[in-house]
Structure formats: structure tokens, C-alpha cells
Design a protein around this ligand. Structure first.
Ligand code: SAM
Length: 282
């Protein structure tokens, strides 16, 4: 396996910049400047590793083991929560992310947990340019895929994930329940759920329409940050996965099969072509 290592020097400009019309910022590349160093420094207060580990239990480890997966590409490493958890369980993990700030933080976090992270800066749209190898599984977790604003970016990224997988590989991808937000508006209960468990940060949707979900993250020290994201309907994500070639999609709500109106959906997409497959599993 060959990795193209990129410079992991954090961004100099440490202010989020959404300009005069923040609700007009609907740009896939903007994630680079949303994860400024100060926000990445606070990200783990939003996650709360201990609470998240308790909420998830062995959900991902069980799915990976059930499918015989050993090598895992974490394409949205963030601050490293899943990469580190999987390393501790003896999976063979490569940790990628498009943000050098996030990768730098993840590398340090892993060291604090006694693990050495193998990192690669890679944008999903060009994944195979920067990461050469085949994996049993790709994970894209923590509501990350939502950063892609154009349908062509979503299709290209899914195709890139598909391409780095072995013939019987697995993609595990999650996202917020945006159906609820889109159908009921920003006043709806939309908490941190069981993914973002931190107690000293208030997460609230500020704006939603079919092309944008803008969230505010207000920390107890008075600092506030925002993320502009594309609101993914869960049926739409399943359809796209099928259309790029994944054969079977099994979806979970808050880590339970067939659970409706959850805070988060998790989709497990299988690449292996079987003649008698039931493509509609939920
Ligand atoms: N998985 C982590 C977690 O659960 O805490 C991080 C989630 S964070 C919401 C989303 C991550 O996706 C960020 O680290 C961001 O840099 C990364 N990201 C967003 N768009 C990307 C892209 N086009 N290519 C690569 N990484 C991207």
C-alpha cells in the first residue's frame, strides 16, 4: 500500500469566514476553512470520546468483524476517535482527512492513547490519487459526507470509496436525520444525539432549506463556530449508493436496525455482487 503524504501544517488563518451572506455559502471546498485550528481544538469537547464510546458500544467493531474486515480506511478521521478505537481492537487502519488541522489533532490524540496513526491528507473526490491500496472497509462517520454540496461531488466521492474497496468490501457511512429537520424546520428537536455527546457545547440548527443546513456550535467559554452542510435525506443516500454500484445497503437508526426517526442514520453498503441479493434491506 502506498500513501502520498502531504504537509500537515495547520492553517494560518484561524477565523471562520462565511462572509456577508453565510446562508449563501454552499461550497464543497469550504470545509477546509470551517475546521480552523481553534474549532478543531474544541472538537473533542463536542464529541466527548468517553460518552461516545459508551453510546456506540461495539456497533462498528461487530459489523466489521461480521464481514471479516481487517484493513480499514477512515476517510473522515477528524480528531481520530474511530481510527484510535479500531487500532486498539487490532484493525489495520489508515487515517485520511482533507483537513490538515484535523489530522494534526488526530495524530496527537492517538499518541496520547498510545497509538501511532498512519495519516494521509486526501480529499474524497481525489481519494485514489492520494491513497493507493485496497481495503476491506471504508468508514465515513460523524456526519461527514454532509460536507459535499454538489451531487457530482457526492457521486464522485462514493465512486472513489467504491474503488479503494476490495471486491467484497464494505462502506459504512452515517449522517444526521436531516429528514426530520427538513420536514419540521429548525425549531425541531435536533440535539447532539449519540454521536456528539459533549455537555459544554450547545448545538443548534440556525437555518435549513433543501440545499443547506447551517448549525451553530456554542461552547461554554463563549466561543461560537458554524458549519454549513448539505441536508442529506436518508432515502437519497441509499439510492446514490446503489447507483454507484453498491449491491446491498443495510440502514440503522441510532445503531438499531429498522429504527425510525432516529437522531443519526448509519448505512452499511456492501460491494460484493451476489445473484440472489435483497437490495432493499433496511
Ligand atoms: N469522523 C470524525 C468524527 O466523527 O468526529 C470527524 C467528523 S467532522 C464532522 C467531518 C470531517 O470530514 C472533517 O474532519 C473534515 O475535514 C472532513 N471532510 C469534509 N469534507 C471532506 C472532503 N471533501 N474530503 C476529505 N475530508 C473531508
Amino acid at each position: 500500500m502506498t500513501l502520498t503524504q502531504h504537509s500537515q501544517k495547520p492553517c494560518q488563518d484561524d477565523l471562520q469566514n462565511f462572509g456577508d451572506a453565510p446562508e449563501q455559502v454552499r461550497d464543497t471546498d469550504h470545509y477546509q476553512q470551517e475546521y480552523v485550528e481553534e474549532f478543531t481544538d474544541r472538537w473533542d469537547r463536542l464529541i466527548d470520546w468517553k460518552a461516545r464510546a459508551e453510546a456506540e458500544g461495539d456497533f462498528y467493531i461487530r459489523i466489521l468483524r461480521e464481514h471479516g474486515a481487517r484493513s480499514v480506511l477512515d476517510v473522515a478521521t477528524g480528531t481520530g476517535f474511530h481510527s484510535v478505537s479500531l487500532l486498539k481492537e487490532a484493525f489495520d487502519v489508515i487515517s485520511a482527512d482533507g483537513s490538515p488541522n484535523m489530522l494534526a489533532r488526530a495524530f496527537q490524540n492517538a499518541r496520547d492513547h498510545g497509538q501511532l496513526l498512519r495519516t494521509a491528507q486526501a480529499d474524497w473526490r481525489f481519494l485514489n490519487r492520494d491513497i493507493h491500496g485496497e481495503f476491506d472497509a471504508v468508514i465515513c462517520l460523524g456526519n461527514s459526507f454532509t460536507h459535499l454540496f454538489r451531487e457530482s461531488d457526492r457521486r464522485k466521492s462514493l465512486a472513489e470509496y467504491y474503488a479503494v474497496l476490495k471486491h467484497n468490501g464494505l462502506l459504512i457511512l452515517d449522517h444526521r436525520n436531516y429528514d426530520r429537520l427538513l420536514d419540521q424546520g429548525v425549531a425541531v428537536r435536533s440535539g447532539k444525539g449519540n454521536v456528539y455527546c459533549g455537555k459544554d457545547v450547545n448545538v443548534s440548527p440556525e437555518h435549513v432549506d433543501e440545499g443547506l443546513a447551517r448549525f451553530q456550535y456554542a461552547f461554554s467559554d463563549g466561543s461560537t463556530y458554524h458549519l454549513n452542510m448539505f441536508p442529506l435525506r436518508h432515502g437519497y443516500v441509499r439510492r446514490l449508493m446503489n447507483e454507484v454500484g453498491f449491491q446491498k445497503i443495510t440502514s440503522f437508526g441510532d445503531y438499531l436496525p429498522g429504527h425510525h426517526d432516529p437522531d443519526f442514520y448509519v448505512h452499511v453498503a456492501e460491494k460484493e455482487y451476489k445473484f440472489d441479493i435483497d437490495k432493499t434491506a433496511m
